[in-house]
Design a binder for this molecule. Structure first.
Ligand SMILES: [Fe+2]
Length: 283
């Protein structure tokens, strides 16, 4: 397992593989995007590709834990070069439905998840070579969040963060703090020793280094928002109060526009240039 951390969006991405068959999955990849210039590049994805090639890995899966609101996915770029199926939770259709309206997507945009190769529903089993894997639907941050449990490792997306940082926000369209609480409790029911890999780290005030790996036991005993003993109502009050103080992520409008297309950019206009829309006062 190899982790990558993108300091410009605080995103952790992973390449996880079965050492026997060398079959691998990429989780939550990042496309480099310079918003002021509108330039996209794939330096981060290329670093992953070098590692994958050096290790002789075959990519079976390019997994998204959800439609990210803070970075553009590099899934199509990686798929073109490495193969594999791009997958996300089936509730992406709910997210597409909300944002297709906001971006006034025309008839060319299908609100059916068909931009992805595989839509996971709760409990779907798959495998990484000889390693069994399962998709758990863990909504709350967004309606479509999936946690991927691969062997003894859980890639939990935006649900819990490091124990000293707490939990993900639940105020995006379709988000729900109560659902998030139940999803986190469900994850905490995994075995104590489960290795937990996060999608983000924002470095808690008392910590000097970024971190993206913890365990279920550490979450259960020490997560500042949802450790054992914190009730659902208390969590919902805390989360709702905190969310009311948060601004929108810097890249939410570009990210969502691209990520509901499985990471593809909108079609080029007649001059050959692709455009992202900036809806005013819609969020
Ligand atoms: Fe997120």
């Amino acid at each position: 397992m190899k982790a990558y951390f993108d300091e410009s969006t605080f995103t952790a991405s992973y390449v996880v593989h079965d050492p026997v068959t060398r079959k691998a999955a990429i989780i939550d990849s990042v496309c480099d995007f310079d918003q002021p210039s509108g330039r996209t590049s794939f330096t981060s994805a290329d670093v992953m590709i070098s590692y994958i090639n050096d290790q002789g890995l075959t990519i079976d899966w390019i997994l998204e834990t959800h439609a990210h609101a803070d970075h553009l996915s590099a899934a199509p770029y990686l798929q073109e070069r490495l193969g594999g199926q791009i997958a996300i939770g089936a509730q992406i259709i709910t997210v597409q439905c909300v944002f297709a309206k906001i971006f006034n997507e025309g008839q060319n945009f299908a609100i059916d998840g068909s931009q992805f190769d595989r839509l996971f529903v709760d409990g779907d089993a798959f495998s990484l070579g000889d390693i069994p894997a399962i998709a758990l639907h863990v909504p709350g941050h967004t309606p479509a969040d999936i946690a991927y449990i691969i062997g003894d490792a859980a890639f939990i997306g935006d649900t819990m963060f490091m124990p000293d940082y707490g939990s993900a926000r639940a105020d995006f369209p379709g988000g729900d703090a109560r659902q998030l609480y139940r999803s986190m409790r469900r994850l905490m029911a995994l075995p104590d020793e489960t290795r937990v890999f996060l999608c983000h780290d924002y470095k808690a005030a008392a910590r000097k280094e970024f971190a993206w790996e913890t365990t279920i036991a550490a979450q259960r005993t020490g997560n500042i928002h949802v450790h054992t003993g914190v009730g659902e109502d208390d969590f919902v009050v805390m989360r709702t109060k905190r969310d009311a103080t948060l601004g929108m992520p810097r890249l939410i409008l570009p990210s969502i526009q691209v990520n509901i297309r499985a990471g593809r950019f909108p079609q080029a206009e007649s001059n050959g240039i692709r455009y992202l829309k900036l809806p005013l006062n819609a969020l």
